[in-house]
Design a protein around this ligand. Structure first.
Ligand SMILES: [Cu+2]
Length: 109
């Protein structure tokens, strides 16, 4: 039986799309249509998260307000910002100019 390339690609996409991360890895969070994608990200300690603005026009930021941290610079389309998470915990954040645009990073060992 022949297995088509499309089937192989589909299986590979499922296998390699696991949300779990490895320490030292960088995981991407997109910002598009006033949403963080994924909105809830689960990672291992030592993982770096890179937020990338995928919008055509709108700028966003990454603001861990509840931790009392300073807001990131305003990110224009194509720009990005990184943070490394070393300690397990739940890290809620929001966009500075769009308070309703929220996300969470869950760091679990
Ligand atoms: Cu925003």
């Amino acid at each position: 039986m022949r297995i088509s390339a499309a089937v192989i690609m589909a299986v590979a996409a499922i296998v390699f799309s696991s949300p779990a991360s490895v320490a030292g890895e960088t995981v991407r969070v997109g910002m598009n249509k006033n949403l963080y994608e994924p909105r809830v990200l689960r990672i291992k300690p030592g993982t770096t998260v890179e937020w990338v603005n995928d919008e055509k026009r709108t700028s966003h930021s990454v603001f861990f307000e509840q931790e009392g941290l300073e807001e990131s610079d305003r990110l224009f389309p194509g720009e990005s910002w990184k943070r490394t998470f070393d300690k397990p915990g739940v890290y809620p954040y929001r966009c500075g100019p769009h308070p309703e645009m929220t996300g969470t990073v869950e760091v679990t060992p």
